[in-house]
Design a protein. Structure first.
Length: 208
C-alpha cells in the first residue's frame, strides 16, 4: 500500500561523536531522512532538536560520552523530545552494554534497558533477551530466531527484569512518546542486532 500524499516522515535528529559512526548507524537503521550530526566540538542544533519527533544519541562502547554529547542530550531532555540511546561498538570490546548504560545513567539521565545482550563462548554479542517477556532473540545464524529463555537464563536476568518493571510501573504505554522514559538499545551492525528493536520504538512516534 502506498503512503498518502500528505505523509511526512518523522523528524529525527541522530547525533554522536565520530568514533561512534553515527552516519553508518543511521544508514543501517534506514533513517535516510534523519538529520545526522557528528559531535566534535560545539554545534548549534537547538531548534532542530526542539522540533524533532525523535532524538537519537549514538554512544560508542569504546569511547563513551563526550561533553558535547551530554550538553546536546540535555537540550532534548529539557524539551521532553522522545529519546533513545544506542550503544554501538560492542564487538571485540571489553566494555559491554551494561557498563555504558551505567555511564549514561550518571552523565545523561536514567535509561531503561528493555533488552540485555547475550554473548557466545568467546564473548561476542550474538543475541538479546527481552526483559518484558523473557524471549531470546538469537541473531547468531544471521537470521533472527525467537524462542523462550530457559529457566537458568531467566534466573540470571531476574534482577534486571525487576528493575525494569519498577522503573516503568508508574507510566502508561505512551510514556516513551511523551519523553518520560528513555530506552537504551544495544547495536551490533554485523548481525543486525538492535535494528528491529529500534524500528519498534520508531513506529511509536510515527503513529500520528
Amino acid at each position: 500500500m502506498s503512503e498518502p500524499k500528505n505523509f511526512l516522515p518523522p523528524r529525527i535528529v541522530l547525533v554522536g561523536h565520530p568514533s561512534s559512526h553515527p552516519r553508518a548507524v543511521a544508514e543501517k537503521l534506514q533513517l535516510s531522512s534523519a538529520q545526522v550530526v557528528e559531535l566534535e566540538g560545539p554545534v548549534d542544533i537547538d531548534t532542530d532538536i526542539s522540533q524533532s519527533d525523535l532524538f537519537v544519541l549514538v554512544i560508542s562502547a569504546k569511547t563513551g560520552v563526550s561533553a558535547e554529547m551530554t550538553s546536546t542530550w540535555n537540550i532534548a531532555s529539557e524539551k521532553q523530545v522522545p529519546r533513545i540511546v544506542i550503544v554501538n561498538g560492542l564487538e571485540m570490546n571489553e566494555t559491554d552494554f551494561d557498563d555504558i548504560v551505567l555511564i549514561a545513567n550518571r552523565v545523561l539521565e536514567s535509561a531503561i534497558t528493555p533488552y540485555l545482550v547475550l554473548h557466545d563462548e568467546i564473548g561476542e554479542p550474538v543475541g538479546l533477551i527481552s526483559l518484558s517477556d523473557n524471549q531470546v532473540r538469537d541473531y547468531s545464524s544471521g537470521v533472527v530466531t525467537i524462542y523462550p529463555a530457559d529457566s537458568e537464563l531467566q534466573s540470571l536476568v531476574a534482577e534486571f527484569k525487576e528493575e525494569l518493571e519498577e522503573s516503568t510501573i508508574e507510566f502508561d504505554s505512551s510514556a516513551f512518546q511523551a519523553g518520560l522514559i528513555v530506552p537504551a538499545l544495544p547495536f551490533v551492525a554485523s548481525r543486525d542486532i538492535g535494528v528491529a528493536e529500534f524500528q519498534a520504538y520508531l513506529e511509536l512516534v510515527t503513529k500520528r
